[in-house]
Each structure stands twice: as C-alpha cells, then as structure tokens.
Design a protein around this ligand. Structure first.
Ligand code: AHM
Ligand code: MG
Length: 334
C-alpha cells in the first residue's frame, strides 16, 4: 500500500518549483493549512458552540462570542501576521488593508482573503468556504507597503486556493503548476492529498446562476441561459448553492459553469475581484478551465481598489467560450 501524502509533505516536496525559494512561501502555505484546521473546527461545532448569531454576546463560559465570519477573519489574521512571511493582508472583513509588522516593511508576500465566504449559508448549516490568494510584494523589502502591492492583476498570483467546509473539508490550491486537493481526516487532524492534478472537464452539464438575476442580466447572459434551458434534453441541469466555493468545487469536479452577472441595479455584479474572482480564476486556469468578466479574461484586469466588484463567469472552457459567443452575437445583432 502506498503511503498517504500529507499537505505538509506535499508543500515541502514541491517547494523547489517556486523560483527564488527562501522558505517563506512554504511557511505561509503551512500557516494557511493550520488556520484552515482551526476555522474548520469552529465551523463543525458552530451549532453546538453557540457561535452563530450576532457578535458581542457571551457564551456559557462567559467568553466573548464571535460570528463565524469574524472568527475566521481573526484566525487568519492572527496566524498570517505571526508568520513573518506576510507583509500585508487584504480581507473582505476589513475595510482597509492590514499592514503587518513595521508598516509592511518585512515579509515577501501579500495575501488577499475572503475568510468565510457564503455568508447567507453560515447560519443554516450549508457548505461555506475560505478563498485566498498570494502575491509577491512589488515594493522593495524594507520599504512600507503601498496600494500597488495589493492591487496586482490576477495573472501575477503566486498561489491561489480555497478551503471547502463541506461534507468533508478540503483544501485545494495551485502554485501555478496544476491544482491539487487535500481532504482533512478529522481523526488525525491532517490534510491528505486526495485529488491530485484536478482538471475541469472541457464541457459539463451544470450551469450555476441565481435565477432571480437572469431577467436583469446582460442580453448575452440571458441568451446563454436560454440555450442551457433548451439543452436540458442533452443533460444540462441548473445547480446553485449560493456558496461560491461550493458551486465552483462541484463544477470543477463534474464540469460546469458558474455565472454571477452584472445586472441593471449592480453594474459590476456582486462578487469581489481581488479575493473572490481572481483566486478562483487562477485555479480554474490551472485546472484547464477559464474565467471571464463581461469583456474577456478576468486575470488581466487591473484592480482599482480592494473591494472592487466584477461580473464573473468561470468553469469548463467550452461552456465559458459558449457564453463568449453569446457576447459576440449580441454585439453583432444587438
Ligand atoms: P458573501 O461574500 O457575502 O458571502 O457573498 C458572496 C456569495 C458567494 O459565495 C455566492 O456565490 C454569492 O454570494 C451568492 O449571492 P446571491 O445570494 O446573490 O445569489
Ligand atoms: Mg465573500
């Protein structure tokens, strides 16, 4: 029987793939794995621990209760800032960038993170996730970090990943050499390599969109969805959890497309470019899929601010290209 590979072993074995290896990125990835286990523990006992509900209340031990998303944010912040590899963090839960140490003078990396995504599903025991992305700093070491260190296009990502708190908990990540998935064995508290070299099927049978948005979405999206509905005889089906990580993860394994369109009331959609769309776009690309906004490849988009929103279409390459054809058709025919 072959030996199971732990996340830690995998990170160590593959660190030679990183150019200019100094051990900082290895340490950082390891820290994310540790934070994932802590958050997972709270997610699993959420109903028992009385951790759901408004923050500011106290539990039976007179400890301050935190909402799960606040807890996840604090956990990742605490662990990432303690590790010395991170110069700054951009988080969905924080209005401004967090500068680590001495105004971000130390640490080679910048982390963008959505600590607990799928907020509407947190209180109802439905799968949720963490999404993260790592960039090299642009500003030289020793200088304070600047906005440009955080606002890098998705194509400059060094690492992207997600943690999926589902029926089992998985950590999936890429360092730009394919995508690998690790499943947490709760009995031993270790992530083990369970899904090596994950790949989007070129086509799939699943389309994932919030149906309530379709009428107010762009004509190209409407046409694409009409096409999907007409193809139900060919096995197409709608599946939408409303947790981005969960919808993405299912489509990655089974083949499909996820759409969060711009609408008449939200011209840039809902999802955030830097810590929701870009990490999943990089993973999709590395898994043989692709991701676009209304104009094309999302990874080349220059972010303008931390919480910028973007329309997002991601998944199996033939399906995303099918949507692109609808954009081209609507440009021609109006
Ligand atoms: P959140 O960051 O507040 O959790 O919002 C992001 C979530 C995604 O996980 C999910 O795909 C989407 O919002 C669902 O939005 P909607 O309820 O509008 O369909
Ligand atoms: Mg989110």
């Amino acid at each position: 029987m072959s030996k199971a590979i732990t996340l830690q072993e995998f990170i160590m074995d593959t660190q030679a793939q990183f150019p200019f290896v100094s051990g900082q990125l290895t340490r950082l990835l390891t820290d994310i794995g540790v934070a994932a286990k802590i958050v997972n523990h709270q997610v699993n006992r959420a109903g028992l621990a009385g951790i759901l509900g408004a923050s500011g209340s106290q539990n039976t031990h007179d400890e301050d209760q935190q909402k799960l998303d606040v807890f996840a944010d604090r956990t990742f912040m605490r662990i990432l800032t303690a590790g010395k590899s991170v110069a700054g963090i951009g988080s969905e839960e924080q209005e401004n960038y967090i500068l680590c140490g001495d105004e971000g003078r130390q640490g080679k990396y910048v982390v963008m993170i959505d600590p607990l995504d799928g907020s509407s599903n947190i209180d109802v025991n439905v799968s949720i996730g963490t999404i993260f992305s790592i960039y090299r700093r642009i500003t030289p070491l020793g200088e304070p970090l600047k906005d440009k260190d955080f606002l890098q296009p998705g194509s400059d990502q060094v690492v992207a990943g997600y943690i999926h708190y589902g029926s089992s908990t998985m950590l999936v990540y890429t360092t730009g050499s394919g995508v690998n998935g690790f499943t947490l064995d709760p009995a031993v508290g270790e992530f083990f390599l369970s899904h090596p070299q994950m790949a989007f099927p070129d086509s799939g049978t699943i389309y994932s969109i919030n149906d309530a948005l379709i009428d107010s979405s762009p004509e190209a999206v409407k046409r694409f969805i009409v096409g999907c509905r007409e193809a139900t005889g060919a096995g197409l089906k709608a599946r939408y959890i409303g947790s981005l990580v969960t919808d993405f993860h299912r489509n990655l394994i089974k083949g499909g497309i996820y759409l969060y369109p711009s609408t008449t009331s939200n011209g840039q959609g809902k999802l955030r470019l830097t810590y929701e769309c870009n990490p999943l776009a990089f993973i999709a690309q590395q898994a043989g899929g692709t991701a676009e906004d209304n104009a094309g490849d999302i990874l080349t988009k220059q972010p303008k601010h931390l919480h910028e929103r973007s329309p997002f279409y991601v998944g199996s390459v033939n399906m995303v290209h099918g949507l692109r054809s609808c954009w081209l058709d609507t440009e021609k025919t109006g």
